[in-house]
Design a protein around this ligand. Structure first.
Ligand SMILES: *Cc1c(COP(=O)(O)O)cnc(C)c1O
Length: 396
């Protein structure tokens, strides 16, 4: 049995998305900027995809810019707000300590240019950010609030509508990296007072290398990629028509089916959380209540996450220790440190991220295998021996 439980890293493409893409690799190869009929067919597909994406978010098609993915959308949103702030002499940004690197590294670049960033601490009780923290951090010179919608490692879902309302009242642009939320949680950018939102197709059964940035009309975007006048002059380069059509198809499918898939996925999540909690000396990471329907994240004391992953892989289970972007690095995850896990404990992490393609039978397999592998690794672990004989104190 092979169980794919790494959907926060990427998802399998849906058949609908693949079928929506194929014609654009084949006979519909026109450039949407061309005036002839073959170009115009591509242009119509581009327009239709833009409308689909806009409908799913509750905005207008002209508020959607297609990008190469979530990272590019994050970069463009943040750099644009920073530029607008600069014109008004405002160089303070509010974000959180557990953002994705696409946001964190962009903010660090701005700090080197003289911007000041407040990284809100993650509450170590509920592993989340409160709207009061955002309120308290706002200053005269704040030019942007950027907080993720849902955390990719631990699944906490932030109070986005509340943060949006606070920002709107204060007249501060609000961007959210919603890459883990789109297709998994219902979103309406108007109702939630969101000014900019990043999304990525490959996190909801669409293709890799394509995403979008929603920008409230009137907000002056800055180009990250200069060139032709595509995307209303805001993002140059011949459009990835196949990718965009695949994304739109996947997004429509995910949004249309969300009422059916969300409870199904959440039930699998809850089964895993309940079962894995029985392993001694472990802790659930992330907000228990406000949580992505597909995220399960634990720390197990006395073991090493990387070994756990290799043993699970040998048993057919594809999982992750944290985020795909940091695997291969020996530093513990900044997200787990932000929720107060100490280094040793943070190293023993496991993230199982599900999708509606998973089944309850697969959950049973995970619940059989994970406790066995944790025990096996603990039996080999000198740290675990020290804990058991009292040479070290248990933390979890
Ligand atoms: C995956 C991810 C990204 C990056 O998206 P890409 O399309 O892979 O560039 C950004 N933010 C979050 C929260 C993510 O999970």
């Amino acid at each position: 049995m092979r169980v794919y439980a790494d959907n926060a890293a990427t998802t399998a493409m849906s058949r609908t998305a693949i079928d929506a893409m194929l014609p654009y690799f084949d006979n519909i190869y026109g450039n949407p900027s061309s005036l002839h009929s073959l170009g115009q067919v591509a242009k119509e597909a581009l327009d239709a995809a833009r409308k689909t994406v806009a409908d799913c978010l509750g905005c207008e098609p002209r508020e959607i810019i297609f990008t190469s993915g979530g990272s590019e959308a994050d970069n463009q949103a943040i750099l644009s707000a920073a530029r607008v702030g600069l014109r008004k002499g405002k160089k303070h940004i509010i974000s959180t300590a557990f953002e994705h690197h696409a946001v964190l590294h962009t903010l660090q670049k701005l700090e080197k240019e003289g911007y000041e960033v407040t990284y809100l601490d993650v509450n170590n009780a509920d592993h989340n950010i409160s709207v009061q923290q955002v309120k308290d951090a706002i200053r005269e010179d704040t030019c942007l609030v950027t907080t993720m919608y849902a955390n990719n490692e631990i699944g906490s879902v932030l109070p986005i509508a509340e943060i949006g309302a606070v920002c709107q009242k204060a007249g501060i642009p609000f961007h959210t990296d919603a890459v883990q939320a789109v297709g998994h949680i219902k979103i309406n950018v108007r109702e939630q007072n969101i000014d900019m939102l990043s999304l990525s197709a490959h996190k909801f059964h669409g293709p890799k290398g394509v995403g979008a940035l929603y920008v409230r009309k009137g907000f002056p975007l800055v180009n990250v990629i200069e060139g032709g006048a595509q995307e209303r002059g805001k993002r140059a380069g011949t459009e990835n028509i196949a990718g965009i059509c695949g994304m739109a198809a996947a997004m429509k499918e995910a949004c249309d089916r969300i009422d059916e898939t969300m409870p199904k996925v959440a039930a699998m999540r809850d089964k895993l959380i309940e079962g894995l909690s029985k392993i001694p000396h472990c802790a659930l990471n992330g907000d228990r209540v406000n949580r992505l329907p597909n995220n399960v994240s634990f720390c197990f004391e006395g073991i090493e996450g990387e070994s756990l992953l290799l043993y699970l892989d040998a048993q057919g289970i594809c999982a992750s220790s944290g985020s795909a972007c940091t695997s291969g690095s020996l530093d513990p995850s900044h997200v787990l440190l932000a929720i107060g896990r100490v280094h040793d404990v943070a190293h023993g992490s496991l993230r199982l991220s599900l999708s509606d393609y998973n089944t309850m039978e697969e959950m049973d397999h995970i619940l059989t295998v994970v406790p066995q592998v944790v025990q096996l690794l603990r039996n080999m672990s000198p740290v675990w021996r020290d804990l058991q004989v009292g040479k070290r104190q248990y933390i979890l």
